[in-house]
Design a protein around this ligand. Structure first.
Ligand code: UN1
Length: 512
């Protein structure tokens, strides 16, 4: 079923200057939505509209805003299957995972509806009598949120829900290839009663969005940028916001390592590697990049991992499969470039590579004309290889070996990302030494690199982000600014540091 959708700004459909077709990657000839695309000027205009609406929204008491978040959660819950089906149709995410993705929005709402009744500030003692000190969390203003399409509704909710709860207005620019899912999510948010202009959705391509952001920052109508996407674009957004004395919330790529110690439960590790390497066809920012396996268990691990990958079901994402197609043609093209990084010193242990077609089938599955790719495990990857150093968004996992835990930690950190990581071990000493040494913002022990929960800090370091964190109470620092207030009711000017009572100690005192 093809839909016609356009940007919605200030509660009204906005004019489009071009059309984009969002297609079903399982059946690329099927158009899921015809998307009216806005230009830079329209993006900047949306930010002005948001700025206007934000003033009133900030005056709504936080507990009342929390009730709106509660309603969003209930509406999403009541529309779970429809939204999940749309996600599956538009980006090819297996239905079970799509249900999990929708659940993540509900979890996020459940967490933040209560924050409406907290949003705590502090009372702080003053140096002087008859003076009180307080801190308040103020909304930042307008948040421009630019999101990827691999988690077309869950990851956006990590920005939208806390931003709105804190009293900000939002201009959301979703990935165009996930526009229908984004539009549906926007409708659910709007149905919860958000006043017009508080949340706006703008469909635009990358270049127009960047230029629109530049205009809006120049005009002073964007006060926070949230971005989920590649390290390359994240760097540009960081530069742009930096010029405007802002720090963006950046959630970027990952080359997430999984270390397997000689004492690990190998079957458990195989299960984790399979899910994090090939679930969502390897297109999560938390997907497994390289397995760093102890040399003593390398052969046993590779043998079992290869078997598990060969037995895994790839196919129609509406069915019970490990992975469906790649998200979109753009990602399939890029993934083919990554496959070219396989070198003669590597061994592809899983068999065929590339697109699944009649001429290159996977068992009796010929790909049905969809953007399906063979899952690939490359053994013999070395630290200097591109396959080791760079993110390869798609179904490919490298394997390398180590001799000591220190060496494993060094290898885990070498690519310079730092989003997620994992260690399989039965020795707590190894787990804690790894945690301490690894540069990642997230560490799993005996669990895969994917699967963050909605109330823990999510975010990375190095090429994975600028240290900003989403989710849980930590994201509040992205969408509020602390304001310090002092109130002197002594009736005179009491000067800090100068008019402070002194209690004189006898510092020469010693015990006899
Ligand atoms: C992403 O790919 O941008 O922890 C986020 C996970 C998911 C989120 C991934 N819940 O893997």
């Amino acid at each position: 079923m093809s839909r016609q959708i356009v940007s919605i700004v200030g509660g009204k459909e906005a004019a489009a200057t071009a059309t984009y077709e969002s297609t079903n990657p399982a059946r690329p000839s099927e158009v899921v939505a015809r998307v009216g695309m806005a230009d830079a000027g329209a993006f900047a205009a949306a930010c002005r509209t948001a700025k206007e609406a934000q003033r009133e929204w900030a005056k709504v008491p936080a507990p009342v805003r929390g009730r709106v978040i509660a309603s969003i959660g209930r509406l999403v819950e009541a529309n779970t299957e429809r939204l999940a089906r749309l996600v599956t149709e538009e980006i090819g995410k297996p239905y079970a995972e799509a249900l999990g993705e929708v659940r993540e929005i509900v979890d996020t709402c459940d967490f933040f509806l209560g924050e409406g009744r907290r949003l705590y500030g502090q009372t702080v003692p003053s140096e002087m009598p008859d003076k009180n000190l307080f801190t308040f969390r103020n909304p930042v203003g307008v948040a421009a949120v630019v999101t990827a399409g691999n988690f077309p509704v869950a990851v956006p909710s990590w920005y939208l829900v806390p931003a709105l709860l804190c009293g900000n207005a939002v201009v959301w620019k979703p990935a165009e290839y996930a526009a229908a899912s984004a539009h549906a999510m926007f409708q659910l948010f709007a149905a919860a009663g958000l006043p017009d202009g508080v949340l706006n959705v703008v469909f635009a391509d990358g270049a127009e969005t960047f230029r629109g952001l530049e205009l809006a920052l120049e005009e002073g109508s964007v006060h926070k940028v949230g971005f989920t996407g590649s390290s390359e674009v994240g760097r540009k957004i960081g530069e742009l916001t930096g010029r405007h004395l802002q720090s963006a919330c950046l959630e970027l790529g990952g080359k997430n390592p999984m270390v397997i110690m000689p004492d690990a439960d190998l079957d458990l590790a195989v299960e984790g590697a399979l899910f994090s390497g090939f679930g969502t066809a390897g297109q999560r920012c938390t997907s497994l990049g390289t397995v760093i396996v102890h040399e003593s268990v390398h052969d046993a691990f590779v043998e079992r991992f290869t078997r598990a990958v060969r037995e895994a079901r790839i196919g129609d994402p509406a069915q019970d499969v490990l992975a469906g197609p790649l998200l979109d043609q753009k990602f399939a093209d890029r993934y083919e470039d990554y496959l070219a990084w396989i070198q003669p010193h590597h061994t592809v242990v899983t068999g065929a590579t590339g697109k699944i077609t009649k001429d290159n089938p996977r068992g009796d599955f010929d790909g049905d004309g969809g953007l399906y790719y063979h899952p690939v495990v490359v053994d013999g990857v070395q630290s200097g290889d591109r396959l080791f150093m760079e993110e390869t968004f798609g179904p490919i996992v490298g394997v390398t070996t180590f001799a000591t835990l220190d060496e494993a930690v060094e290898l885990a950190n070498l690519p310079g990302y730092g989003l997620s990581s994992s260690i399989y071990t039965t020795d707590p000493k190894h787990a804690f030494r790894f945690r301490e040494g690894v540069s990642a913002g997230m560490v799993s022990v005996n669990n895969s690199t994917s699967g963050a929960e909605a109330h823990l800090p999510f975010g990375g370091n190095g090429k994975s982000g600028n240290g900003s964190r989403q989710s849980g109470m930590w994201v509040l620092d992205q969408f509020t600014r602390w304001q310090a207030m002092n109130w002197d009711h002594s009736g005179r000017l009491q000067k800090a540091q100068m008019d402070v009572a002194e209690i004189v100690p006898d510092l020469d005192f010693r015990l006899s």
